[in-house]
Write a protein that binds this ligand. Sequence first.
Ligand code: PLP
Length: 473
Amino acid sequence: MKYISTRGDTAHKPFSEVLLMGLAPDGGLMLPEHYPHISEQTLQQWRGLSYSELAFEVMSLFITDIPAADLRDIIKRTYTEEAFGSREITPVRTLSDGLKIQALSNGPTLAFKDMAMQFLGNVFEYVLAKEGKTLNILGATSGDTGSAAEYALRGKQGINVFMLSPEGKMSAFQRAQMFSLQDENIHNIAVHGMFDDCQDIVKAVQNDADFKAKYHIGTVNSINWGRIVAQVVYYFAGYFNATSSNEQKVSFCVPSGNFGNVCAGHIARQMGLPIHRLIVATNENDVLDEFFKTGEYRPRGAENTLVTSSPSMDISKASNFERFVFDLMDRDAVQIQALWAEVGVGKGFDLSLQLDKIHEKYGFVSGRSLHKDRLSTIAEVYQTDGELVDPHTADGIKVAREVREPGELIVCLETALAAKFDATIHEAVGGGVAIPRPAALAGLEDLPQRVQVVPNNADVVKTIIRETLDAAQ
Ligand SMILES: *Cc1c(COP(=O)(O)O)cnc(C)c1O
């Protein structure tokens, strides 16, 4: 299997090269040349496999340049009961109104990012060792991505992580998660500024081509194909878990921001998994809801992006969206270049002529959820089912209930645990309610923390990277 760029001007590449790439050199995103089709018979054979066996079957269709035995070993070491809290890895439960919830949030950092990031850590290590390379990840986080990346890459050979975060802006839990890591290859850098300032520093370093090449600077954001391919697996797992035969169809409801999660669902559907609809749930930042309702894509700048109580969905320019539009436009790279040329100059585009195709052929629908919906959904689920769901998952449940057709089987993806967002949970159900936390994280905030606080200045960050790496030589 080789990979192509959505913009059409990049040579076909094998997986292990695509893995170490951010954007394609032509500015597009990498995708497989075609989606493998799963026959009815194969689907039948996959039902009943363990999560890691299923992951191997799905991912080995896309990853053909790593020997099967090695890939199987990497996957087996990744999806363990120890790391994900249960043998099923992504267990499915049913709420009293019949909605199903698939837990993707039982990994080390309690958010679905672990599902892909844990794999990325192991496959990075493997590919780098094989090619005698090193990689230094420079990232910016407002909370979830940074901790998922650090937990996945801690202690890995050949990899350093430099993670920028806005000083004093993350929750105490999120700070403790990142800053309590004592591994020598993890470097936490708190910047006097906002998340956008951290991201600007990352861009400034990325734009210094000499520095980037000399210090092998890479990224782990969700445009990385290695993350998407690992996410395709849990749609299969959720489908098998929620159904008793392959005659049945399932819809998935996905709390969305950067479109990475639901993009994997789209790929699973294209492979032939019997998915009825893909339901995109947004919060107040509803660029994607607008698109799936009207066909108009109008990305917004940071100044028009609201800070909400489901912060991991506060995104108004969905980086993975280009992958879906590429398929929608029958993989016409010239059209993608033209559409994203508009996005590049701060405009959007109008695909309202494609609306029928978006709904009928690709099965997409959408809805949005506001702060008050989030609070009432959390309170309602607590009352009727006695459990606490996190604010992002609540957005999904709200939208699923709204669009549900009679008899439709909907699996809502649980993207984080309530323990990460105690302020919003207490706002919804009252401050006296205890929020369950996995035993391994008891007392997390009391552990010693390691972080350097720096001014909002890219040169200072470069100096830290240079001195750290030169000293390690
Ligand atoms: C990242 C994240 C999302 C959004 O996922 P995308 O792949 O960016 O669409 C939703 N919920 C939580 C908790 C997240 O961490």
